[in-house]
Design a protein around this ligand. Structure first.
Ligand code: F6R
Length: 251
């Protein structure tokens, strides 16, 4: 595990984007696992800028979105498909047919999940999984539980997650109660994981995830067992880790 502590959100995003771009240039047809939300937004902005500046092409990159709200159609402005459309498809040369999306409106969610797992396998697995960290310790939408779910599944969102994500909706009542997410196993099978975390509000849970006991009550704690995990955070979210004297790489 490498923990890179950068000065702020912009530096964090730049650093993470550089890492991802290096992999894109190294491997033709690289497969990305794509988180959404505030944490990776700066990464996508950097990819878009570097695409505009002719520094990078994503034409031969593949992607699987990490999760999706249940019941939101693709054109819903808060769906994760819409987010990736706006922040990746429309801003770079990432090919629409290379983007795999969990369908939050699938009639049979179990089948949707099984097929998604199969598609990931067919693609040769995920090379780089981009993650954010939820306030509940979730990764993807894997909320605290009694066990680590293996594959893609439907999940009921924690009240804390609904409140946190209400900032994107007109009211908390509009936030879907259920979501579909890659499982912990799906995430852990990725060859590399890059997690970006920012803000003082994430400092405690980040410490628990990286240095606390590995437990499904803090789903992200499983990442301690991943052989190639890079956590890129800002000063504020690194605060507790540094206070407790744990080693981080400065930047
Ligand atoms: C998003 C996702 C979530 C978020 C997490 C943090 O696809 O899977 O795990 O990464 O809720 O969200 P932000 O980055 O908005 O604080």
């Amino acid at each position: 595990m490498r923990i890179i502590c950068t000065k702020d959100y912009d530096a964090m995003s730049r650093y993470a984007a550089d890492r991802i771009e290096k992999e894109i240039m190294k491997k033709r047809g690289v497969v990305l696992g794509l988180a959404t939300g505030t944490s990776p937004l700066g990464i996508y902005r950097n990819l878009a800028e570097d695409y505009s500046g002719n520094k990078i092409s994503l034409k031969e990159t593949y992607g699987f979105n990490l999760d999706e709200y249940k019941g939101l159609g693709r054109e819903h402005k808060q769906s994760f498909y819409y987010y990736l459309k706006k922040n990746l498809l429309e801003t770079t040369d990432f090919q629409k047919q290379h983007l795999h999306i969990l369908n939050g409106n699938a009639e049979n969610m179990d089948l949707e999940c099984e097929e998604y797992e199969e598609r990931i396998k067919q693609a040769g697995g995920i090379d780089i999984q981009i993650l954010g960290l939820g306030g509940t310790g979730h990764i993807g939408f894997n909320e605290p539980d009694d066990f680590f779910p293996d594959i893609c599944h439907t999940i009921r969102l924690e009240e804390k997650t609904i409140q946190a994500n209400a900032r994107f909706f007109d009211s908390p009542l509009e936030v879907p109660e259920y979501a579909i997410t890659m499982g912990i196993g799906t995430i852990m099978r990725a060859k590399k994981i890059i997690m970006t975390v920012s803000g003082r509000g994430k400092a405690d849970i980040l410490y628990q995830a990286l240095f606390g006991p590995v437990t499904p009550r803090v789903p992200a704690s499983i990442l301690q067992f991943h052989p190639d995990l890079t956590v890129i955070c800002d000063e504020e979210s690194c605060f507790v880790i540094k206070r407790k004297g744990k080693y981080v790489i400065g930047n």
